[in-house]
Design a protein around this ligand. Structure first.
Ligand code: SAH
Ligand code: MG
Length: 225
């Protein structure tokens, strides 16, 4: 597994998309990214597809390249939501802080311009819609079921639970709820993504249909005919 994506399967991304993925800072190992592409393709091209998917947690667009690359040939869209101010662990003094991503004007993290550059480089500006706000604020104006919802936002308990509550309801029947950073063993990582994964399963509304690294793929149960 490579965090740089250097060994990504060549057929899923164009050469320029591959380069955009490789160059973007972020948190998406290539094997999980490739799984995202496969799952997005499957759900966006289903007979009852609505034609778009949602990502919570854009950062610099690393995962978005793969979702967009899946959507573009299908004429589908991807909405990716982030306030672009970073999660806890991206703030100054924390483990994943990147000083290159601080806006000197505000003194705060700002990944929005770097995200735009990634989409430009990947040729995905017509496919990917960036929503620049907190995920729960975006949910206040949302109103449409999606083929998939990919939760990769804040990892505090509050943020993860809020994302599940606000966004899982928008997965269409038969659509996919994807959750990143699910670690059954606490030694491997934080609990909140695992806890919302368990909560989604316990609701009876979703069944697990796939697991790739820390990515879990749940499918919304279709109502009985
Ligand atoms: N998918 C990205 C990684 C996302 S990191 C990749 O492939 O690299 C998590 C992101 O979630 C950060 O960019 C952070 O700003 C965002 N985030 C955290 N809490 C959020 C919230 N409440 N609303 C919107 N975005 C949030
Ligand atoms: Mg993640």
């Amino acid at each position: 597994m490579s965090a740089t994506g250097a060994d990504a399967p060549a057929t899923l991304l164009s050469e320029t998309q591959q380069r955009a993925f490789d160059e973007a800072p972020g948190f998406m190992p290539v094997d999980e990214a490739a799984a995202l592409h496969t799952v997005a393709t499957e759900y966006l091209s289903a007979p009852d597809a609505v034609g778009f998917g949602v990502e919570i947690g854009t950062y610099c667009g690393k995962s978005t390249v793969w979702l967009g690359a899946a959507a573009a040939p299908l004429g589908a869209l991807v909405v990716t939501i982030d306030h672009h101010r970073g999660s806890e662990e991206h703030q100054p003094g924390w483990e994943y802080h990147d000083t290159d991503l601080v806006d000197p004007h505000t003194g705060t993290l700002d990944t929005s311009a770097r995200f735009r550059r990634t989409m430009f480089d990947a040729g995905l500006e017509q496919t990917v819609i960036g929503m620049l706000t907190a995920s729960t604020t975006a949910a206040q104006v949302w109103g449409k079921p999606a083929d998939f919802v990919f939760i990769d936002g804040g990892h505090s308990s509050e943020a993860a639970q809020a994302d599940l509550a606000a966004w899982a309801p928008w997965v269409r029947p038969g659509g996919a709820l994807l959750i990143h950073d699910v670690f059954p063993d606490p030694a491997d990582g934080g609990r909140p993504p695992f806890e919302i994964y368990e909560k989604a399963l316990a609701s009876g509304e979703f069944t697990e249909v796939g697991a790739h690294g820390s990515l879990r793929v749940l499918q919304r149960v279709r109502p009985a005919a």
